[in-house]
Design a protein. Structure first.
Length: 438
């Protein structure tokens, strides 16, 4: 009897073998949860400085390819593995992960924009540059407010993304000149995108190889380091979200890609970030994998075993995800040098720092860059992301209260976090409603 039929016959109660292939160890919480659900789990981490992440939580392996035959399902947590996913699926393996097409959607901004246009989705004008001199000249000739968006691998350094505020682009020119001095020719390609004012919002869904699954997920990201959107861009300090069966933003963006994703045999999670206003919906970029910390907060709002859910998606099953009503929030607790890369600072202030709980707590705690030594959770890796803490509630205020009460139960030396996750909802939901987007 094949795995798919066995799965259906036993109504999802089978204990399976999960192999997680991770770029930086970001999927530890998902792997650990899958193990707590009774499954066998092994995890491989590609990045050398991140190798200790997960030690003591789950079984770590040095070469994931040696465990392919052991696994019932292989889960890739990042972009760049699309070709491998395709080959594994062709060999008969059950795989949750991307495709070469969805890798390109995220990693190649020009390709992503071309595909949006091909699928008749409105986009914000942008232009790609190979050097700073040409970009500076372009802004001088076409004064406007712009966003500087690195391309390729360097886009992972989120603090390099710069959102201009000057209507003539003078602040963008200053930043470009600073990048030229500090990076030179090592910066790689980057885009200048015309800035559009509005509400930043993302819509995402799981895709089973044939169609999008419901419900959809609507997320509001909090990217700056400090409350009130001050400081450098970090990638993310936390998010608020809710699940919904229908979304005008989804219908105008991701829904148009359903047939293409089916042809590419994509089986995973995909998100599109947008700026919306009274004039329309303007996509910014794709994330064609788990979003971090999005997936952890999503998990807090899902009422079924996450491992079994991922398996059902990977084998192509059509089902409705059992999601909670109301709102889900999550906030990162971080330590120095976050959001920067500084090994000396990390070793001095953060390495092997202990995560202390004032009272025992199981709900809403998501281990990030941690190892477990004799029951103690210690910070490892090199980025300074200790924990994600989540909370849920029927109202945004209820979810905030739950989440921050959990945060107050945690002691991590030298830690910091945003105190306003979820506040965007109170300022922006009325706008979205008036535009007919909620």
């Amino acid at each position: 009897m094949n795995k798919k039929n066995t799965h259906l016959k036993n109504n999802g109660n089978i204990k399976r073998k999960f192999l997680f292939v991770s770029r930086w160890g970001e999927s530890l919480d998902i792997a650990y949860t899958t193990q707590l659900e009774g499954n066998s789990v092994k995890m491989y981490i590609e990045d050398k400085p991140s190798k200790e992440i997960g030690y003591g939580f789950i079984t770590k392996v040095q070469d994931w390819k040696k465990h392919i035959n052991w696994a019932d399902i292989i889960i890739f947590d990042y972009t760049g593995f699309g070709k491998i996913c395709k080959e594994l699926r062709a060999s008969g393996k059950v795989v949750f992960g991307g495709s070469e097409y969805t890798d390109a959607l995220e990693l190649d901004r020009n390709f992503g924009h071309d595909e949006l246009q091909k699928h008749k989705v409105k986009i914000i004008p942008s232009k790609e540059f190979q050097n700073f001199e040409d970009a500076i000249s372009y802004v001088e000739k076409h004064p406007d407010s712009y966003v500087i968006k690195p391309c390729g691998e360097i886009q992972e350094l989120k603090q390099l993304l710069f959102v201009g505020s000057d209507d003539e682009g003078k602040d963008v020119i200053r930043v470009l000149k600073a990048y030229e001095k500090s990076w030179g020719n090592n910066f790689g390609n980057f885009q200048l995108q015309r800035k559009v004012k509005g509400v930043e919002i993302s819509v995402s869904a799981f895709f089973n190889g044939k169609e999008f699954l419901r419900p959809l997920n609507i997320t509001f990201e909090h990217k700056k380091l400090f409350p009130k959107e001050l400081g450098v861009s970090t990638g993310e300090m936390g998010s608020s979200m809710f699940w919904t069966d229908e979304s005008p933003i989804f219908n105008s963006t991701l829904q148009k890609f359903e047939n293409t994703l089916a042809k590419k045999d994509f089986r995973g999670h995909i998100d599109i970030n947008c700026i919306v206003n009274g004039n329309g919906i303007y996509p910014l970029e794709f994330t064609s994998r788990f979003g971090f910390p999005q997936i952890f907060i999503q998990k807090s709002g899902i009422n079924e075993p996450v491992g079994n859910m991922l398996y059902k998606i990977a084998i192509g099953e059509n089902f409705t995800i059992n999601a909670k009503k109301g709102f889900q929030l999550g906030v990162f607790i971080v330590v120095p040098p976050f959001p920067y890369d500084d090994k000396k600072t990390f070793d001095l202030f953060s390495k092997d720092s202990v995560v202390i709980f004032k009272k025992e707590m199981k709900e809403g705690i998501h281990p990030m860059h941690l190892k477990n030594i004799n029951g103690e959770w210690l910070i490892t890796g090199n980025t300074g992301i200790a924990l994600m803490v989540s909370g849920t509630g029927l109202t945004m205020k209820d979810a905030q209260k739950t989440m921050y009460s959990r945060v107050n139960n945690i002691i991590v030396n030298n830690s910091y976090y945003r105190t306003d996750i979820g506040d965007r909802w109170f300022n922006e939901s009325d706008k979205l409603m008036s535009w007919g987007l909620l």
